[in-house]
Design a protein around this ligand. Structure first.
Ligand SMILES: NCC(=O)N[C@@H](Cc1c[nH]cn1)C(=O)O
Ligand SMILES: [Zn+2]
Ligand SMILES: [Zn+2]
Length: 477
């Protein structure tokens, strides 16, 4: 039942809709790409933008400096972890919300229909811009929910702890240390954790997410000549790094997704009959999935295999080659040094260390079979285990009631193929339940071109966050 308090909150959110869209527009305009040294200044700018919003809303905060990293041979300061506190009432529960203010890279020439860092609204009320769904819409959503309570004159139902980082898209460097160090101080009173950094499974039905895959991200470097060479002058007489690298990458995975690294599947948790049954009731439309990928190129033509290979089996994806010629035209270059990038999505019970050992052994053996005089090295850039939580916890029950209130439908319970490494850290270091409560839809195109957040999802998401916190407050534990 929607109480008069919540009704007032929902009406206030509706009345502030345009302000919230303008706020998202401002945030998207800051290209806070964490994975590119040239953009680092903007990641700091984004943290400052959030700090100013914290100040405006009366959120007390700490700015945690997490040191430096070496990226593209440059030593760079890591963006800060922002810890915020809103409310400190011992009679209220304390909920920790986490999100990230960095984004994936985006260039108009990747195929965007509009400049990626300008939020534009289409005639279908889709807000297009990098970070709109992943994860600026959701993190601003929490702050908007605070503001709507203030403007409506409604008491905030819980104490809110906020943890926003600026390195999620690049391995969350420095964050685990902050969480472990602060577990007994800043995070001491936390009763449960909520993260909004994933998406509905489809485009119609909200979901609560209780599992994520982990990740191990690799860089394979092959180098030979001291500089790029003319392929007509030197081709056929030197070992070519690109040829070696392409051969190595071709040994990793088959076109139907089978990972070729021996032993990689040994630790994958076996599928039980009980787990197998959970997939049957999930609402999933393969046509919607095809719409989201804008093609019909799925490996499996059925729901169960598609979901299981997205959620509970590992996958290996090849992402790109640094140093390779990729412009238009027909440059006859022979690149001197190339770096291949690939990652493996890990599932329960795979261990990143063991996966590393298998990957390194296999690629080293495969490289030696090439009998090349080039140099080869493989490096793991970051790794994280998979995460699965209990969806029977009161944290999920409160969220399910909130979903029903806002959307008039019971949520699906889903797992997710992506990775949010900090989820497991929160669960283990704080020993608290973690819930993933997505704001956006399955076709938002996170990490892709024309990333969007539907205006309706943004506004309903802000209502959902508020309703969830009110339900938490009403829960007896
Ligand atoms: N919204 C979560 C997300 O996109 N997570 C990234 C995390 C990551 C790991 N390495 C690079 N990025 C993901 O790709 O799943
Ligand atoms: Zn994200
Ligand atoms: Zn992301």
């Amino acid at each position: 039942m929607i109480t008069s308090t919540l009704e007032k909150y929902f009406n206030t959110v509706d009345s502030l809709e345009n302000l919230y869209v303008e706020r998202l527009k401002e945030a998207v305009a800051i290209p806070s790409v964490s994975g590119d040294a040239a953009y680092r200044e903007n990641v700091f700018k984004m943290s400052q933008w959030l700090i100013e919003l914290f100040q405006k809303l009366g959120i007390s905060y700490e700015v945690v400096n997490v040191g430096t990293q070496v990226l593209d041979n440059k030593t760079l300061k890591l963006p800060p972890v922002l810890l915020g506190t809103y409310g400190n009432d011992p009679n209220k529960k304390t909920i920790l919300v986490y999100g990230h203010y960095d984004v994936q890279p985006a260039l108009i020439e990747d195929g965007w229909n509009s400049p990626p860092f300008e939020l534009v609204e289409t005639d279908k009320n889709q807000l297009i811009g990098r970070g709109s769904s992943d994860d600026k819409g959701p993190i601003i959503g929490w702050l908007n929910a605070i503001e709507a309570h203030q403007k409506a004159g409604i008491e905030f139902p819980v104490n809110l702890k906020i943890c926003f980082e600026g390195m999620e898209e690049s391995g969350s460097e420095g964050l685990d240390e902050v969480i472990c160090k602060e577990a007994s101080r800043y995070f001491k009173d936390v009763d449960a954790v909520c993260i909004s950094d994933n998406y509905w499974l489809g485009v119609k039905k909200p979901c609560l997410t209780y599992g994520l895959r982990g990740i191990a991200y690799y860089k394979v470097i092959v180098s030979g000549p001291g500089r790029d060479l003319h392929s007509g002058v030197f081709g056929g007489t030197v070992h070519e790094p690109m040829t070696d690298l392409i051969l190595l990458l071709s040994k990793l995975v088959t076109p139907s997704g089978e990972i070729l690294i021996p032993g990689i599947n040994d630790d994958v948790a076996p599928l039980t009959e009980n787990e197998n049954k959970t997939y049957e009731s999930i609402e999933f439309d393969l046509n919607e999935y095809h719409d989201a990928i804008e093609s019909k190129t799925t490996i499996y033509d059925d729901k169960i295999n598609t979901l299981q290979h997205r959620w509970r089996y590992p996958s290996l994806s090849i992402h790109g080659i640094e140093g390779a010629f990729s412009a238009s035209g027909a440059k006859t270059v022979l690149p001197a040094k190339v770096l291949g990038k690939f990652s493996i999505r890990l599932v329960p019970d795979m261990d990143p260390e063991r996966v590393n050992a298998l990957v390194k052994k296999y690629l080293t053996e495969e490289f030696s079979k090439l009998k090349s005089k080039n140099s080869f090295n493989v490096e793991c850039l970051h790794g994280a285990k998979a995460w699965v939580a209990s969806p029977d916890h009161w944290n999920y029950i409160a969220a399910a009631k909130a979903v029903e209130m806002v959307f008039n439908v019971k949520p699906d319970y889903t797992r997710e193929g992506g990775s949010i490494p900090v989820t497991l850290t929160f669960q283990d270091a704080l020993n608290k339940n973690v819930l993933l409560l997505p704001m956006g839809r399955g076709d938002d195109g996170a990490h892709s071109t024309n990333e969007k957040l539907d205006r309706s999802n943004y506004i309903s998401g802000i209502k959902l966050f508020g309703a969830y916190l009110h339900e938490i407050a009403a829960t007896k534990i």
